[in-house]
Design a protein around this ligand. Structure first.
Ligand SMILES: Cc1cc2nc3c(=O)[nH]c(=O)nc-3n(C[C@H](O)[C@H](O)[C@H](O)COP(=O)(O)OP(=O)(O)OC[C@H]3O[C@@H](n4cnc5c(N)ncnc54)[C@H](O)[C@@H]3O)c2cc1C
Length: 402
């Protein structure tokens, strides 16, 4: 018997979507397929663990709306399930005169988005973060921390308890839309049937969309984010979350200090082009993945526009001294002895054919399917609401099971 819904991808977006489908269609036969041996093996298990408040995003965008409502839903879910989280607040610090207008613009944007945010001076900054230095800052009390891997595993457990068929270690290699159903083929040679498919395949979401007969008009470009960690005796340098003023030309937030929910303090992530979709190490290379980026004209348009910033990122990735220099802008006391290399994560960032980085979440309809082709930060924060939005889209889709 066919499933009603098959979700491809066991990251937080796929799992939250399965949960929302379960809420809306309680009797539906639900299947979740994850290619790795565990849930949350990629972006969901390798990030900063920050509950974003929604200050950064363009008013009216999905990111702005869903970060705010999704953040509240995430806090409620963690409370209900006994998952550790903390709404500890964060500061965004301007360290140079030229950053002040950008900080003010961000302040306005936060207010436009309805986010509680306060403009503070150096003294108040010192009260909140005694080791941070800056000319001015924004205090965002609603930001927080959580372990999204734990959230994802809890979602998967709940779904299994509720009767969903949950499979790890199953990679979807083909999708074949037929009358009334989609046939999914797996790397192990199995075939499964579903009346509707939701593609939440993260770093592979563009490929899965193409498998499903959709030309997405974008390609996923992997951007590795490397972190250092403060040594245990220097953790006191950071109370909560200390961010720089982001460069408005990029969707990334800049190298920041993050107290994780387990008490460690991480510094990062940078943003370096990966030559493999899951390029966790600097040397990771995959010929097909690299060729897909390097033969994509949009990539060269992006590279030409941001050559200087890209070169700087590569240098900061190779040189610990350069990385520490960017940390010292925020906390001058940090030295190279205080930090050790920690984990890395890889962002699935959609690059549009015109050479621009997709700014907002991207959902594309296909035959008997919805493809989530751009769900970068703050998609973990927003995941429960993204799941509900996708379920609304499913309900509107002409091919949806009833
Ligand atoms: C360095 C970094 C820092 C970040 N910091 C934050 C933060 O602080 N706060 C925040 O809200 N967001 C943050 N994000 C973003 C957040 O982690 C992602 O938006 C979110 O995890 C996306 O979830 P996902 O389920 O779409 O993707 P993923 O977690 O990548 O899940 C996709 C899954 O699909 C599976 N898959 C792929 N292809 C197939 C296939 N063919 N068959 C079966 N399975 C398949 C993959 O194995 C993977 O597990 C950060 C991301 C990174 C990389």
């Amino acid at each position: 018997v066919d499933f009603d819904f098959a979700v491809i991808g066991g990251g937080i977006v796929g799992l939250a979507t399965a949960r929302a489908l379960r809420e809306r269609y309680p009797a539906a036969r639900l299947l979740v397929l994850e290619k790795e041996g565990t849930w949350a093996a990629h972006q969901t298990g390798h990030n900063s663990g920050v509950l974003h408040s929604g200050i950064y995003y363009k008013p009216g965008s999905l990111k702005a709306r869903l970060a705010r409502t999704g953040g509240a839903a995430m806090v409620a879910y963690c409370r209900e399930k006994g998952i550790a989280y903390e709404v500890c607040g964060k500061v965004i610090v301007a360290v140079e005169e030229c950053e002040i207008p950008l900080l003010d613009r961000l302040h306005q944007r936060g207010m436009d988005n309805g986010i509680p945010v306060e403009r503070i001076g150096p003294e108040r900054l010192r009260e909140l973060e005694p080791y941070a230095r800056g000319l001015a800052a924004l205090h965002v009390p609603g930001a927080g921390i959580v372990d999204y891997g734990e959230v994802a595993r809890t979602l998967a457990y709940d779904l299994a308890q509720g009767g969903a068929m949950m499979h790890t270690g199953v990679r979807v290699t083909r999708l074949r839309p037929e009358t009334g159903r989609v046939v999914l083929e797996t790397a192990a040679g199995e075939t499964l049937g579903a009346r509707f498919v939701i593609n939440c395949a993260g770093l592979h979401s563009d490929r899965v969309a193409r498998l499903g007969g959709v030309l997405p008009g974008l390609r996923i470009v992997p951007f590795r984010g490397e972190y250092y960690e403060l040594t245990p005796e220097r953790r006191a340098l950071v109370r909560n979350l200390i961010y720089p003023v982001p460069d408005p030309a990029f969707p990334f937030l800049g190298v920041h200090f993050t107290r994780m929910i387990d008490g460690t303090v991480h510094a990062g992530p940078n943003a370096v082009l990966g030559l493999k979709r899951e390029a966790y190490r600097k040397t990771d290379f995959d010929a097909r993945d690299a060729a897909e980026v390097l033969t994509y004209p949009a990539f060269w348009r992006l590279a030409a526009r941001h050559f200087g910033a890209g070169a700087e990122e590569v240098w900061r990735s190779l040189s610990k001294a350069a990385f520490v220099r960017s940390l010292r802008r925020l906390i001058p006391e940090v030295t190279a002895r205080d930090v050790v290399p920690a984990h890395a994560g890889v962002r699935a960032q959609a690059l549009m054919q015109d050479g621009t980085l997709a700014d907002d979440f991207v959902l594309l309809p296909g035959p008997r399917a919805i493809h989530v082709c751009n769900a970068p930060s703050p998609a973990a924060t927003a995941s429960l609401e993204i799941g509900r939005l996708i379920t609304d889209e499913v309900a509107r889709h002409g091919d949806a099971p009833t």
